[in-house]
Design a protein around this ligand. Structure first.
Ligand SMILES: Cc1cc2nc3c(=O)[nH]c(=O)nc-3n(C[C@H](O)[C@H](O)[C@H](O)COP(=O)(O)O)c2cc1C
Length: 186
């Protein structure tokens, strides 16, 4: 796939085969994040790669409703947790940019994975404190996102069909709603 095809075909994957993500693919994913741009080149991102099935199960089982929403990650062979310490952030326009930096790097990682046929799904619905406890993440570090990684299973589960329907995953705002030319015109 070329770059355009990778970007246009990416979608959230919630059903994974048990095939592990090969080490070469993981290396490429790491490089993709490493070369990402960041505000003042601060590179505040830190990524934890979790392939221990017991830890993945614990991540999937975080208590409370918010955690159970993403129980599907239990079947993924790899979960990556994207973090940053806000004190490492660049600040401009009265806002910290670490969220932007981590998001760019994580998305680059996901697109590189997709180039290798490995799917992922951004997750924000997790219990941050529980995930910190499970992985020993320091108190002052923020978990920006996490994602399962793995080869997509051909047959979608009822659960993933429901989530993607609920999230209206195929729906996109029309161009004129998201872009104006020369001046603000929304
Ligand atoms: C910041 C962010 C948080 C998200 N959190 C979740 C989540 O917790 N669980 C989930 O199943 N999908 C989550 N998603 C995936 C979105 O539902 C999905 O990207 C959207 O419906 C568009 O579908 P697509 O990725 O297949 O194009 C999240 C996406 C983003 C960018």
């Amino acid at each position: 796939m070329n770059c355009k095809e990778i970007i246009l075909s990416r979608k959230s994957i919630r059903d994974f085969s048990s095939t592990p993500v090969p080490a070469e693919v993981i290396d490429d994913m790491i490089v993709a994040a490493q070369v990402a741009p960041s505000c003042q080149n601060k590179q505040p991102w830190r990524f934890i790669f979790v392939d221990d099935p017991n830890l993945i199960k614990k991540l999937a089982l975080q208590s409370g409703f918010i955690g159970t929403v993403n129980f599907f990650i239990k079947k993924a062979p790899l979960v990556v947790v994207a973090c940053a310490n806000p004190k490492d952030s660049c600040h401009l326009n009265q806002q910290p940019y670490y969220l932007v930096d981590v998001a760019i790097a994580f998305q680059q990682m996901m697109l590189m994975a997709w180039h290798h046929g490995v799917g992922s799904c951004w997750l924000a619905a997790f219990n941050e404190q529980q995930v910190k406890n499970i992985l020993g993440i320091p108190e002052k570090t923020k978990i920006v996102a996490m994602s399962p990684f793995g080869y997509p299973k051909q047959k979608k589960s009822f659960y993933s069909k429901t989530v993607s329907k609920f999230a209206r995953s195929k729906h996109r705002l029309p161009k004129k709603k998201i872009v104006s030319f020369q001046k603000w015109n929304f």
